[in-house]
Design a protein around this ligand. Structure first.
Ligand code: PEP
Length: 250
């Protein structure tokens, strides 16, 4: 059986002192969970998050990285830099980065490869717009994004990628996909993986749902057949609320 992975995406929120207080609180609240807990924090909080999370079951991730290892890329951070301070995860291709920072399927693919080359575990985001959903294009869009993101990756690395299905219309809007819709979308991603890489990989790969997950809907979403946990934005900013999501099955 696949494990459940619950990751928080703080986006551009939280200062170092808030980070320390948050992780001290959260670690007490989630210490008994069997689920995997990840916090993806801003670059400026990474060091403090890593120090505070030492000895707990909370893993720390970044929210983006550049695909080159080093060089004249002012303002960017590489996978090697993240790994050098013991970051374990990195979100790649979040829709906000695709929308506001010109992230493409091609850069997403390069970033996935660079993350593995440096020992980081990528959390790959895919998802359709409302317009695409209303034109019945959702499945085509998310399977294509998945295919292109994983293109050329060594087969044995595919099921180490965590995929987050995040319909763009559900992110930060308070609108959650129904558990049936989210589960069906995730099944279509899993089927695409099955076609490309076979049963073992498809049955092992973790595929999360993201989009206005909160403690009141987490259980219904995460107990479906194919949703393996969530990527949580707004509701991850308060430790008590995020802990309830992590502990959805307790
Ligand atoms: C996200 O940022 O990945 C996200 C899903 O945000 P929210 O939970 O706020 O919709």
């Amino acid at each position: 059986m696949r494990r459940k992975v619950i990751a928080g995406n703080w986006k551009m929120n939280m200062l170092p002192n808030e980070t320390i207080g948050y992780i001290e609180s959260l670690s007490k609240l989630v210490k008994d969970t069997e689920n995997e807990v990840i916090l993806c924090v801003p670059y400026t909080d990474l060091f403090y998050a890593l120090m505070t999370a030492q000895g707990t079951n909370i893993k720390i991730g970044a929210q983006n990285m550049h695909f080159e290892e080093k060089g004249a890329y002012t303002g960017e951070i590489s996978a090697k830099m993240l790994k050098s301070i013991n970051v374990e995860y990195v979100i790649i291709g979040h829709s906000e980065r695709r929308q506001y920072f010109a992230e493409t399927d091609e850069t997403v693919n390069k970033k996935i490869k660079a993350s593995f080359a440096n020992g980081l575990n990528p959390i790959l985001c895919v998802g359709e717009t409302l317009e695409q959903r209303e034109s019945a294009l959702a499945e085509e869009v998310i399977t294509k994004q998945t295919r292109l993101a994983l293109d050329g990756l060594d087969d044995e690395l595919i099921d180490k990628v965590i995929i987050a299905y995040e319909p763009i219309w559900a992110i930060g809007t308070g609108k959650t996909a129904t558990s049936d819709d989210a589960n069906n979308a995730i099944k279509s991603i899993r089927n695409e993986i099955r076609k490309l890489y076979g049963d073992k990989v498809a049955d092992n790969i973790i595929i999360q749902y993201g989009g206005s997950v909160k403690s009141s809907n987490a259980k219904e979403l995460f107990e479906t057949s194919d949703i393996d946990g969530g990527l949580v934005g707004g509701a991850s900013l308060v430790p008590e609320e995020f802990a309830k999501i992590v502990n959805f099955n307790n």
